[in-house]
Design a protein around this ligand. Structure first.
Ligand code: GDP
Length: 444
C-alpha cells in the first residue's frame, strides 16, 4: 500500500538529504513537492493545505536550518505531521461493557462489509478469546444471510439461525436475545448494504441502532474509491453516530488518499485496515506505523508484533524442553518452518526489515527465499514417521529416496539434517543459560 506516495516522498527526502545545510528556500521548494505528492495521492485539498502549513512553519524555524542533519529533521517533522493526520493514537474497539457488547457494521454494497464482519469476529475469537455471535440483517440482497453463515463456518464463529421473512429490526431483537441467553461476549450485526446513500435504508439502520444500542458502529469503506470513501463516511456520520471506520482494499491502494484524509475530514478514527480477501487479512490501524511505512522506514515494530502473535510462549517452552532432552525431531522442525511461513515467509520479513535484504544477498548464493521453506517441508514429508522422530536412522540409501521423493538432492537433505542438529545444540546451550531468557544472551 501507499507505493506511489512513498516513492514520491522518498525522492523529495533523498534530495534534501544530499544537502549540507538547508535554507528557507530549500524547505519551501521541498514542501511544494510534498504538496504535489499529497494531491496526487488524492488527499483532500484542505487537509493538504493544513499539513503543508504546519510542516513549513516548523521546518523553517531556527532549529532545522541550523541543525547538523537538516534533511533528517524535515523527515521527522513530516513523519510527525503524517501521524497526526492519520489520527495520532491507535483507536481500539471499545467493548468494555457487560456482555454482550454489540458491533454494528454499516456501509455501501460491495465495500467489503460482510467479509470484514467475519474478519473482525475471527480476530475477536482467536486473539481476544471472545465468544462471538454474528447475525446478518440484510434481507434486501438475496443470499446475504447465507453468505455470512458460510463465512461463519469458515472462521469457526456462530451465526444466528436464519428465519425466512423476518425483518431487520426483529432479527436484531432475536440476535440480542440469543446472545444474552447463550452467554456470548460479542454480537456482530451485519446490516444491509446500500448502492448509495439512500434514505429508506438509512432509516432502517437508525431503527436497528435504536433497538441494539451498539457500543461500536463501524463504517466499512473501500479505500480504492479515494475521496468518495471520505464523502460517504461524512454522509453516514451525519446520520448515525459512527465510532470508527474500516478501510478495505488497502492492499491495492497505492495512493492512500482516503486513509490520509479520513480522520481530518470526518473526525472518525480508522480502526482497521483490510489487507486482502483472506479472512485473516485485517490489521489494526496504527497511525505511527502507517506513517513509518509511507516514509519507507522499515516497520520493525509491526514485524515484532506479528512474530510474538504467531509464536505461542507455551509451545516455545515445550519445544525448548524437548530440545534440551535431545528429543527435538523433524516433526518439531517442521512446526518451526510452518511458523515462519505463517509470519509471512521470507518475502514479508524482507519488506518489513530494511536490513534483511542485505543479509539475504550476503548469504550463500542469495537463495534464502520461500522456496527453501517449501523444499524443507517436502523433504520432511518424504521421510517415514520413524525417520522424522529419529533422523539418525537416515542412511545413504534412504537419503537418496527422500531426495527423489521431494524433488531435491542428497546435499539438500544433508543440509536439512545439519540445520536440525545445529538447532538442537543451540537450544541445549540456551537451556544452560537459563531457559528462554537466555535467548537475549545469545543475541546481545
Ligand atoms: P459487502 O457487499 O459490503 O458485504 O461486500 P463483501 O464482503 O461481499 O466483499 C466484496 C468483495 O470484496 C469480496 O470479493 C471480498 O473478498 C472483497 N474484499 C473485501 N475486503 C477486501 C480487502 O481488504 N482487500 C481485498 N483485496 N478484497 C477485499
Amino acid at each position: 500500500m501507499f507505493e506511489s506516495l512513498s516513492e514520491r516522498l522518498g525522492g523529495v527526502f533523498e534530495r534534501l538529504r544530499g544537502r549540507g545545510a538547508l535554507g528557507e528556500a530549500d524547505v519551501r521548494a521541498a514542501m511544494r513537492e510534498v504538496r504535489i505528492a499529497l494531491l496526487e495521492a488524492d488527499v483532500a485539498l484542505p487537509v493538504v493545505r493544513d499539513f503543508i502549513e504546519k510542516v513549513t512553519e516548523q521546518a523553517v524555524g531556527h532549529q532545522v536550518v541550523k541543525s547538523v542533519t537538516p534533511g533528517q529533521q524535515v523527515v521527522k517533522i513530516v513523519n510527525d505531521a503524517l501521524v497526526e493526520m492519520l489520527g495520532s493514537e491507535t483507536a481500539e474497539l471499545e467493548l468494555d461493557v457487560s456482555p454482550p457488547a454489540i458491533i454494528m457494521m454499516v456501509g455501501l454494497q460491495g465495500s467489503g462489509k460482510t467479509t470484514t464482519s467475519a474478519k473482525i469476529a475471527k480476530r475477536l475469537t482467536e486473539k481476544d478469546r471472545k465468544k462471538v455471535l454474528m447475525a446478518s440483517l440484510d434481507v434486501n440482497r438475496p443470499a446475504a444471510q447465507e453468505q455470512l453463515a458460510t463465512l461463519g463456518t469458515q472462521v469457526n464463529v456462530a451465526t444466528l439461525p436464519i428465519v425466512a421473512g423476518q425483518q431487520p429490526v426483529d432479527i436484531a431483537r432475536r440476535a440480542l436475545q440469543a446472545a444474552k441467553l447463550q452467554g456470548f461476549d460479542v454480537l456482530v450485526l451485519d446490516t444491509a448494504g446500500r448502492l448509495h446513500v439512500d434514505q429508506a435504508l438509512m432509516d432502517e439502520m437508525k431503527a436497528v441502532a435504536d433497538v441494539a444500542q451498539p457500543q461500536e458502529i463501524l463504517l466499512v469503506v473501500d479505500s480504492l474509491t479515494g475521496q468518495d470513501a471520505v464523502n460517504v463516511a461524512k454522509n453516514f456520520s451525519e446520520q448515525v453516530p459512527l465510532t470508527g471506520v474500516v478501510l478495505t482494499r488497502m492492499d491495492g491502494d497505492a495512493r492512500g488518499g482516503a486513509a490520509l484524509s479520513m480522520r481530518a475530514v470526518t473526525g472518525k478514527p480508522i480502526k482497521f485496515a483490510g489487507m486482502g480477501e483472506k479472512l485473516d487479512a485485517l490489521e489494526q490501524f496504527h497511525p505511527s506505523r502507517v506513517a513509518g511505512r509511507i516514509l519507507g522506514m522499515g516497520d520493525v515494530v509491526s514485524l515484532v508484533e506479528r512474530a510474538t502473535e504467531t509464536i505461542n510462549a507455551d509451545e516455545a517452552e515445550k519445544l525448548a524442553q524437548k530440545m534440551a532432552k535431545g528429543q527435538f525431531d523433524m516433526n518439531d522442525l517442521r512446526a518451526q518452518l510452518d511458523q515462519m511461513k505463517r509470519m509471512g515467509g521470507m518475502g514479508a520479513l524482507a519488506s518489513m526489515m530494511p536490513g534483511i535484504k542485505k543479509v539475504q544477498n550476503a548469504m550463500a548464493n542469495g537463495q534464502v527465499d520461500d522456496r527453501i521453506l517449501v523444499r524443507m517441508d517436502a523433504m520432511i514429508g518424504s521421510m517415514t514417521p520413524k525417520e522424522r522422530s529419529k533422523p539418525e536412522l537416515l542412511n545413504a540409501k534412504r537419503k537418496i529416496r527422500v531426495a527423489k521423493g521431494s524433488g531435491t538432492t542428497v546435499q539438500d537433505v544433508n543440509r536439512l539434517l545439519k540445520m536440525h542438529q545445529e538447532m538442537s545444540s543451540a537450544m541445549k546451550k540456551i537451556r544452560k543459560m537459563g531457559g528462554l531468557k537466555g535467548l537475549g544472551a545469545l543475541f546481545g
